[in-house]
Design a protein around this ligand. Sequence first.
Ligand code: UD1
Length: 415
Amino acid sequence: MSSYIIQGGTKLEGKIKISGSKNASLPILAASILNAGTTKLYNVPNIHDTQKMLEILEFLGCKVKKKENKIIIDSSNIKKHEIPEHLMREMRSSVVLAGSLLGKYKTATFSYPGGCDIGARPIDLHLKSFEKLGININENYGKIECKCDKIVGTKINLDFPSVGATENTILAACLAEGVTTISNAAREPEIIDLQNFLNKMGAKIQGAGTNTIEITGVKQLKNVDYNIMPDRIEAGTFLVAGAATGGNIIIDNISWTCIEPIINKLEEANCKLKIEKNSIELQAPKRLKAVDIKTMPYPGFPTDMQSVFAACMTIAKGTSVIVENIFENRYKYAQELKRMGAKITTEGRTAIIKGTKKLQGATVRATDLRGGAALVIAGMVAHGITEIEEIHYILRGYEKFEQKLSNLGAKIYIK
Ligand code: UD1
């Protein structure tokens, strides 16, 4: 198992380009199943999760060609409609393959997905939507068999605006008979990217980005090429890393509109931000001011930035209160930050962080993707050396992470 070794104490300075979005790429890769021809994708991040998604597509019968961030998928010869358990367990997003398989072949067999351990992650809302679309579901010892003769459009109201359930419902409904309306849909920008991709492929979807999405079923989809949107969580992570290290960085290839809540919190913490059309410059203050955070569905503060922001609050002036409203167990990293001298206590969904002047390098363990990124930030501001074990979690979601940080001046190596 690899570790990161970080020598703390350097300010991040310079410019980096944000990669393609992980959370947009995964459902779009899965959506290629709906197309019986060729899908060409650009700007797909080369990370563990996208590699695993491509492996599953190949297992199902797709032909995949890959050159750096360009992926070509030929899905004209899919023979299998069952995803084996060991592949489902690789990541949470494997579940969106069900919507695509059902949309195209009216059958899909899978098991409960894996992913980062950040609390119970049920898929009841996904299955409820499938049932509403007329799909029969049979669950046997953890194996979920979904089947129907045809999918007929209907009205679906999600109990919670789940990102995955919204995406799965769109995918299952694209080739349905009639119109499907999803109310209380998730509004995340990645859903707009999925809609834009599917529409370019010939689907008829409108409303993504609002809480009502309407999908008018079409008979067939066509060959498509598409450029994946930039990763707003990667952008936020680098901005916070710049802020925590007292740095001055420019992130390129990102629109401020999709990271507005992160920008607002950084400004509240006394950072100066210069916003251009496709880039953002951050100048950190001498010392950050503590601010409070509550995670919410988009356009609220993203849960994926909660741990990352907490890392910079450990050295801020004052006390911050963080409330995690999306996942029930997203504070595992707090224990690790404490080893570095952070004054952080958690109780249920709340964390209280008393800012201290310095952190001390230590050996810590990444507990999940974003918790791992938080430790990297803490390592860069700490005195001395930090070793972060189990970085495979971090590599799930950040492309060339250590390389990009090194380019900004960080002293970070893989051991
Ligand atoms: C997606 C993102 C993830 C992000 C999350 C919330 C991808 C690949 N992942 O995950 O990075 O943290 O959105 O913004 O896009 N829930 C249920 N039943 C369900 C589905 C969800 O109770 O059937 C609950 C979850 O347990 C969680 C909440 O709803 O508490 C939000 O989950 P959801 O929006 O579905 O997140 P994901 O799609 O898994």
